[in-house]
Design a protein around this ligand. Structure first.
Ligand code: PMP
Ligand code: GLN
Length: 384
């Protein structure tokens, strides 16, 4: 199909394949190399053995919808009706896809922040929409943010939706209440819908607070919030997510998704429903461990000669390759598995603006300490 021609193999699949071929340390695709909470995994196995093996209801298991609603209310003060305002999907990926396909008409414009997670551009293209990226740039403190004037300039009469990913992959920015306030004002002024991607909502560091965009005044009624279980519990293969929003927006997602995946898994949903409250301590400990891993990798990359940007959340750090004498991140990331035995993701492929991300490479730190140390040793040998 013509409009899908630019989207070949995803960068994450390409770099993981290269890593396997070269026996590299894979700091490309973001997935942990340790398991989630034992009791969660045991509960899922138990439910399967106990016969929870047929289609769950179209909306998702009521136990999980209720648990998701209770968790949002308790942690973030947002109330959703589990019967009409929460819907379970096959990972955040399906929720994002069905949200865009269900709400964006051909020719509609979608504003989003670049670098952008790769599935956004693809599903906007599937919907026949037009993307209008606003570039995030590092400030003097190394934290990526946007210029409110650039956001306002990106909005036009055909803008239907803004996609907000916070904490943000790949920059690690956790959007502040002030930044989200700028977005909220623009949405109210132009009557625009917001689709949020909050899959890293629990993974914020140095006390940075995850603020759900729906919590800003006037935003709940125009926001479809998406999250999932993969990052929260280190179970990225479980592909279980949810969308939350006013019933009309959730209905639009459901209308599409019933023909994409129809429904999601059963036994995992039951296990996750319990873990959302029962494993809060595990999630906090995992967040603290990841903050240390961020520091471990960032320090190591600096020793190897990279300029490392500031990361407040997610699994990722962005590294500037120019101090090493390189300026083409795609070329470097494609060469790195063979020359250094380390795989990373070139940020440039996540931008429309080909210059803005040219010198940036993303490294994942959601790995065991010895794996991070091995990657740093290899990079240090290659560059220092
Ligand atoms: N959004 C972002 C920003 C991601 O990094 C990822 C990758 N995990 C996803 C969505 C996809 O999430 P899921 O695996 O739940 O589909
Ligand atoms: N979210 C992960 C990343 O950004 C994995 C993405 C994927 O493999 N589609 O690396």
């Amino acid at each position: 199909m013509e409009r899908m021609r630019p989207f070949g193999e995803t960068i994450f699949a390409e770099m993981t394949r290269l890593a396997v071929e070269t026996d590299s340390v894979n700091l490309g695709q973001g997935f942990p190399d340790t398991d989630g909470p034992r009791s969660l995994i045991d509960a899922a196995a138990h439910h399967i053995q106990d016969g929870v093996n047929q289609y769950p209801p179209g909306l998702g298991r009521p136990e999980l919808r209720r648990a998701v609603a209770a968790d949002r209310a308790r942690r973030l003060g947002l109330d959703y009706d589990p019967e009409t305002e929460v819907y379970i999907t096959v990972g955040a990926t399906a929720g994002i896809a069905a949200g865009v396909l269900g709400l964006v008409e051909p020719g509609d414009e979608v504003v989003l922040f670049e670098p952008m997670y790769d599935s956004y551009a693809a599903v906007i293209a599937m919907a026949g929409g037009i993307r209008r990226p606003v570039t995030l740039r590092p400030g003097p403190d190394g934290r990526f943010t946007f210029d409110p004037d650039e956001l306002r300039a990106a909005i036009g009469p055909r803008t239907r939706m803004i996609i907000v990913n916070t904490p943000h992959n790949p920059t690690g920015t956790v959007f502040t209440r002030e930044e989200l306030g700028v977005i909220a004002d623009v949405c109210a002024e132009h009557d625009v819908i917001v689709l949020t991607d909050e899959v890293y909502e629990h993974l914020t560091y140095d006390g940075a607070e995850h603020v759900p965009p729906a919590s800003l005044p006037g935003m709940r009624e125009r926001t479809l919030s998406v999250s999932s279980v993969g990052k929260t519990f280190s179970v990225t293969a479980w592909k279980t997510g949810w969308v939350m929003g006013p019933a009309a927006l959730v209905r639009a997602v459901r209308t599409v998704n019933q023909f994409l995946t129809f429904t999601a898994n059963g036994a995992l949903q039951l296990a996750i429903a319990d873990a959302l409250t029962g494993e809060a301590d595990w999630v906090r400990a995992q967040r603290d461990a990841l903050q240390n891993k961020r520091d471990r990798l960032a320090d190591g990359l600096r020793r190897a000669g990279f300029d490392v940007q500031r990361t407040q959340g997610t699994y990722f750090v962005m590294a500037d390759i120019r101090p090493l004498g390189y300026d083409d991140g795609i070329a470097l990331a494609r060469a790195l598995p063979r020359t250094a035995g380390v795989a990373a993701v070139p940020a440039q492929v996540l931008y429309d603006d080909q210059d803005a991300g040219r010198h940036l490479v993303r490294f994942a730190f959601c790995k065991r300490d010895e794996v991070l140390d091995e990657a740093v040793d290899r990079l240090t040998r290659a560059f220092v």
